[in-house]
Design a protein around this ligand. Structure first.
Ligand code: PHE
Length: 455
């Protein structure tokens, strides 16, 4: 079935819907799983400080640029470039984005699947009485199992597809409007629990008092990568969502609000986690196992831990779901608009591709761990290529496109809604888009490549 081109394009129905969907995309495992452990490894407050600077100077600019491309182009991540720069190779930036969506969903969906296993374990009180070593072993046994993670990952993909198939307004927007407030509520309850534990103070200090001695070149690269990943930038997610935003909405405000909401949730996640980590005398630099090994250990010792554990893993699953929805939508919008497929077919096709790559990712934790590409297992290879290369590079091209190719007049019209908005921030944002963001991204990127050569 072909798409009827006379049908009006689906769009977000309300301002709250836009923020919920875009913040839903941004807020995810990146905030609640990755941010706390990256901060933990990279000196707590120091990482937060550098991260904030990147969000303000680069993140917001790239987000404005993506929203501009999407709303001006009125199509998916590839189609929008084609519409705005016909006959030019800019659409390749969108292509990279679609590829990144497949890659990110593959490993991200695997972790999302883990959250379902941990919800299940929370329900059956599966952490009770286990020593830290037992919990660590439980995690390893589960993640290296050839079948179980794949089962959960598949279930998670089906949930995601169910929402995306229902459409932009009746699927993505509707669920985001329910899930995002729920997420905020759960995180607030968890914070109250965490900061009222005795010894919590130290965790709060860790998060807000910077220890710059831990800052290295690696910290800076991680902070930039994390800013792109966490804000869902550089691969067309926000272009796609931007294309569903009506002409009357204020894009500058939207970008600022979404970036702030995302950062706030990352900080809140830190506040829910670190005070508890310190209260139980655990080392905060546990790395990726922080939420799957360290936290269950804490939950089973803390009063009310059964409920808080369940709440925490539900929180993680919700955060992941609104993000996987946006990853899938990037591909589905492209398949349905450019390749003229029905939404249903596009979703099924995209999901099958994701499932295939996703299974490889899961297996790379166990049975096929020995299979390496450039010395990395499949998971790490996809993670590295998408997050560390495509996102920053995509972001760089996106700001250059909006800053120098699209034309000042066109961009201004898009950002001040053809003169009906004041858009006081416009000159500042334009300066950031044209100069600060590209130079900063390029510097960090070159530095990274240099570092790669050394190691
Ligand atoms: N921003 C999401 C997170 O922080 C991940 C994501 C990246 C989603 C890129 C969409 C696109 O978890």
């Amino acid at each position: 079935m072909a798409v009827n081109s006379n049908q009006p394009r689906d769009s977000f129905g309300s301002k709250f819907g836009i923020i919920a969907a875009a913040a839903g995309s941004a807020v995810g495992l990146g905030n609640i799983w990755k941010f706390p452990y990256e901060a933990g490894v990279n000196g707590g407050g120091a990482f937060l400080f550098i991260y904030l600077i990147f969000v303000l100077l680069i993140g917001v600019s790239v987000m404005v640029a993506e929203l501009t491309i999407g709303r001006a182009g009125q199509r998916n991540a590839i189609g929008s470039f084609k519409a705005l720069a016909p006959g030019k190779p800019w659409f390749l930036v969108g292509m990279m984005g679609i590829a990144a969506a497949f890659m990110i969903f593959a490993f991200y969906g695997a972790v999302a699947g883990w959250t379902l296993e941990y919800i299940y374990q929370s329900i059956r009180n599966g952490f009770a009485g286990k020593s830290p070593e037992d919990l660590s072993q439980m995690f390893t046994e589960f993640t290296t199992n050839p079948a179980r993670p794949i089962m959960w990952q598949t279930l998670f993909l089906i949930m995601t597809a169910g929402v995306v198939i229902a459409g932009v307004q009746k699927g993505i927007e509707k669920y985001s409007k329910i899930l995002m407030p729920l997420l905020l509520l759960i995180i607030l309850v968890l914070i109250v629990r965490s900061v009222t534990l005795s010894g919590a103070r130290e965790g709060i200090n860790f998060l807000f008092k910077p220890d710059f001695s831990k800052v290295t070149g690696h910290t800076i690269i991680s902070a930039l990568g994390q800013a792109f990943f966490s804000l869902s930038l550089g691969m067309g997610t926000i272009i796609t969502y931007g294309s569903y935003i009506k002409k009357k909405e204020n894009l500058l405000n939207t970008a600022v609000q979404v970036s702030l909401a995302d950062t706030l949730i990352a900080v809140l996640a830190g506040l829910a986690i670190f005070p508890a980590v310190f209260a139980f005398g655990i080392n905060p630099s546990e790395g990726p196992g922080l939420v799957f090994i360290t936290l269950p250990n804490i939950f089973q010792q803390m009063p009310g831990g059964y409920v808080f554990s369940l709440m925490f893993f539900i929180l993680l699953a919700i955060a992941a779901l609104t993000s996987t929805i946006s990853l899938l939508e990037v591909i589905v919008a492209y398949f349905s608009e450019e390749l003229k497929m029905s939404r249903k077919r596009a979703t099924l096709l995209a999901s099958s591709g994701i499932l295939f790559l996703g299974i490889l990712c899961s297996l790379s934790q166990g049975p096929i761990a020995g299979f390496k590409i450039f010395g990395l297992n499949i998971w790490d290879f996809l993670d590295f290529t998408s997050t560390k290369i495509i996102l920053p590079l995509g972001g760089l091209f996106i700001v250059i496109f909006v800053g120098f190719v699209l034309g000042r007049k066109r961009v201004t019209e898009e950002l001040n809604n053809e003169g009906t908005l004041k858009a006081r921030l416009l000159p500042v944002v334009m300066f950031l888009i044209r100069f600060v963001a590209p130079i900063a991204i390029a510097l960090v990127f070159l530095n990274m490549i240099g570092i790669l050569k050394i190691t």
